[in-house]
Structures are given as structure tokens and as C-alpha cells.
Design a protein around this ligand. Structure first.
Ligand code: ATP
Length: 239
């Protein structure tokens, strides 16, 4: 049904060696929504996404996806279930063509015809990338490389897209293009968890948002409500 909980992290803790990165994080993403996670450097945003995508095993707590407990499952299994992760720093392969980069995102798809069909969908979503399909990804602009990274994540036909700082380092005009793209992807039925340092952009886009501080959830609520909170206005929106 619509509006069911697609992703839920319950009391999740994660550490790197001895150092705790996140503690007792509980958050949910409803199907069809954009959920934003905002916070300062080191607040634990990236770590939270890594636990959701299976890149990092939690030291405690549980992850639920689409009604099933998936705590500690490998990324390949989670991709097949419908979670795609577009990592911080984009991670495009600079010496591979745009098309080859996209195809690496289809590693779970065995059916060649389905892969071609998905590629057509990506070209339709990003006409600029279609024009540059044979070009080395490393020669593209930052904004175009971000589109490659998002396109690659979409190749697995996910139900949920985890986006880690998609607008970092991009010019304001390009940030707006990425925001419109995220809206379009959401409107086509893919739920999104968006990690952003650009709190303004994230809260404009999101339905619901979490503020992380020191590895914990400091505040949560509908994005429109958070925009009016004095903590968010002073610490994150510079108002
Ligand atoms: P940023 O925006 O800078 O990426 P963030 O909110 O995403 O920040 P995380 O990257 O999740 O924060 O980091 C949370 C904590 O974990 C920080 O204290 C950070 O120093 C630590 N940390 C992150 N990655 C590692 C790592 N690979 N090894 C050790 N500590 C790490």
C-alpha cells in the first residue's frame, strides 16, 4: 500500500574501530517521500546511510526494509531488494565511458534486454548524458558526474535511493537542477533519503527531516515545521 514504511533504522549504533560514529539512531522513510538528513561535518550522516545500504554493519540496532529485517545483510542482497546508494564523492570511474559507468550499476540485473531498457530510461532522464555516452566520465563537469552517479544508482531500478551530498561543490544553478531531478525521481515512485549539508535545499525538497548532532538525532519532523524551528534557523539556515 502507499505511505507504508519502506526503511526503518531502529536504535542503530555504528563505530569505526573503538570510536563511536552514531548512537541509537531511529529513523524511518515512508514510501513515496523524500527524507532529509541534515547536520554538520562529522554528525554521522554518511555513517547512517552506510548502515542503511549495508556498506557498514551496525554494532547495534536493526535495519528494516520493505517489511523485512535486513540488519547486517550484504550490499548485493540489499540492491536486489531495492536499495541503491549513491555515495559521497560520487565515485564515478573517470577512465570509463558514461555508458560503462551506468552499466556497473546494473550488476544485479541478469537480463540484457531489461538492462538496455533501463539505460534508455536513464538517457531520457538525463539527455545531457546521452549526448556524452561515449565520453570518459572524468572529462565531465561536476554536475554531470553527479548525474552519472545518480543514473548508475538508478540502473538497479531501486525502490529507495540513498543520496549522499549530491550538491556538494556544485554551482547554485546546478544545485537547482539536481533538486529538480530529485523531485522528478520521487514523483516517478522512488523514495529518497537525502543527506545534505545544504540544509536550505534539503528542507525545501524533503517531506520529513532529521537533524543529526554528535551521532544522535537531535530533532525530527515535517520539513516545513523544521524550517521554522529556531535551532534549525540559527544553526543550519543561518537566519
Ligand atoms: P561529513 O559531512 O563530513 O561526511 P557526516 O555527518 O557524514 O560528516 P560521518 O562521516 O558519518 O559524518 O562521520 C561520523 C563520525 O565518524 C565522525 O566523528 C568521523 O570522524 C567518524 N568517521 C567517519 N568515517 C570514518 C572512518 N572511515 N574511520 C574512522 N572514523 C570515521
Amino acid at each position: 500500500s502507499d505511505n507504508h514504511t519502506l526503511l526503518r533504522l531502529e536504535g542503530v549504533c555504528a563505530r569505526y574501530g573503538e570510536a563511536s560514529a552514531i548512537e541509537d539512531i531511529t529513523l524511518s522513510a515512508t514510501a513515496g517521500s523524500v527524507v532529509a538528513i541534515i547536520g554538520a561535518n562529522g554528525a554521522g550522516k554518511t555513517t547512517t546511510l552506510k548502515v542503511a545500504s549495508g556498506v557498514l554493519k551496525p554494532a547495534g540496532g536493526d535495519v528494516w526494509f520493505d517489511g523485512q529485517r535486513v540488519t547486517g545483510e550484504r550490499t548485493g542482497i540489499l540492491v536486489r531488494r531495492g536499495i541503491a546508494h549513491c555515495p559521497e564523492g560520487r565515485g564515478v570511474f573517470p577512465y570509463m565511458s558514461v555508458e560503462e559507468n551506468l552499466l556497473t550499476g546494473a550488476f544485479t540485473v541478469k537480463d540484457k534486454a531489461a538492462t538496455r531498457q533501463r539505460l534508455e530510461y536513464i538517457w531520457d532522464l538525463f539527455p545531457r548524458l546521452k549526448e556524452r555516452q561515449t565520453q570518459h566520465a572524468g572529462t565531465l563537469s561536476g554536475g554531470e558526474q553527479q548525474m552519472v552517479a545518480i543514473g548508475r544508482a538508478l540502473m538497479s531500478s531501486p525502490k529507495l535511493l540513498l543520496l549522499d551530498e549530491p550538491t556538494i561543490g556544485l554551482a547554485p544553478k546546478i544545485v537547482q537542477q539536481v533538486a529538480e531531478l530529485i523531485r522528478r525521481i520521487r514523483d516517478e515512485g522512488v523514495s529518497i533519503v537525502l543527506v545534505e549539508q545544504n540544509a536550505q535545499m534539503a528542507l525545501d525538497l524533503a517531506d520529513y527531516a532529521y537533524v543529526l548532532e554528535g551521532g544522535k538525532v537531535r530533532l525530527e519532523g515535517p520539513a516545513a515545521t523544521l524550517k521554522t524551528s529556531s535551532l534549525v534557523r540559527e544553526a543550519y539556515l543561518g537566519i
